[in-house]
Ligand binder design. Structure first.
Ligand code: G3P
Ligand code: MG
Length: 248
């Protein structure tokens, strides 16, 4: 199966150059030559998927408390940009559909990370897959769905078996191969710091695609690509420049 992601993805939409998981971040990624982004998807209390990383609102919005206890209408009122910088005060938490439509318009491939609040692993996987099944990613040039949560991946795969899935891990665990085979995923997404050349070779030789997060040093990113990594997720697409990597 062909790997649909470019060599460099901006982490959480625009990396550290824009408020994370916002539409403004997508524009920033494009401005720096990125052809793809990673973002995190969680559910509102009324079951709508939207982009946010933390289970609580304080760090990246003007709100308070748990994301999963707020309706979409309540979440959409929050300022998701001022925490980063005042000119971003108009940023709102994007819905998944909105973010996918913007990625399609901008020609950005997507690594959609299912990031469920605790207890919502299955439901979040199901809802995300259902939105994709209804064509919400139409026009997006490449899509990989990933998660740290086996239950989210399994739920999404049940509804959308034809998509490409990645198992997210920190250090490559001893049992990675049996977990990956049990789930039926196609890729392993591993912490860049925790990966050595032998592990990269083992993963690739076992027939899995390989992505790493979050690498902010251009030379190390190139070394990872030389080791067989196919996609590097970075907070600094201005430093880890897509145009400086290897010919695709
Ligand atoms: O998908 C890679 C990376 O985003 C996983 O870590 O915590 O930044 O979502 P996190
Ligand atoms: Mg993420």
């Amino acid at each position: 199966m062909l790997w649909p992601l470019p060599q460099v993805l901006a982490h959480r939409c625009g990396g550290a150059l824009a408020p994370e998981n916002t539409l403004a971040g997508l524009e920033v990624a494009v401005k720096h030559g990125c052809r793809g982004v990673e973002f995190d998807v969680m559910l509102s209390a009324d079951g709508f998927p939207l982009l946010i990383h933390d289970e609580t609102l304080e760090r990246t919005t003007s709100g308070h408390g748990e994301v999963s206890r707020h309706t979409l209408a309540q979440l959409r009122k929050l300022d998701a940009g001022s925490w980063f910088d005042a000119p971003f005060a108009a940023e709102r938490l994007p819905t998944l559909d909105e973010a996918l439509a913007r990625c399609a318009a901008l020609g950005l491939a997507v690594n959609l990370e299912i990031k469920p609040a605790a207890g919502f692993e299955h439901q979040t996987g199901r809802v995300v897959a259902d939105h994709l099944l209804r064509g919400r990613a139409n026009g997006v040039p490449g899509l990989v769905i990933s998660s740290f949560e086996d239950a989210s991946l399994a739920a999404a795969m049940e509804i959308l078996p034809g998509a490409i899935y990645g198992l997210l891990v920190e250090d490559l665990p001893e049992d990675w191969a049996s977990r990956a085979a049990g789930l039926g995923v196609h890729a392993i997404h591993v912490c860049a710091d925790a990966l050595d050349a032998a592990q990269a070779r083992t993963v690739r030789d076992s027939g899995y695609h390989l992505a790493v997060y979050t690498e902010n040093d251009a030379e190390r990113a190139k070394a990872l690509l030389r080791m067989g990594v196919e996609t590097v997720i970075t907070d600094f697409p201005d430093r880890v420049r897509a145009s400086d990597m290897f010919p695709a």
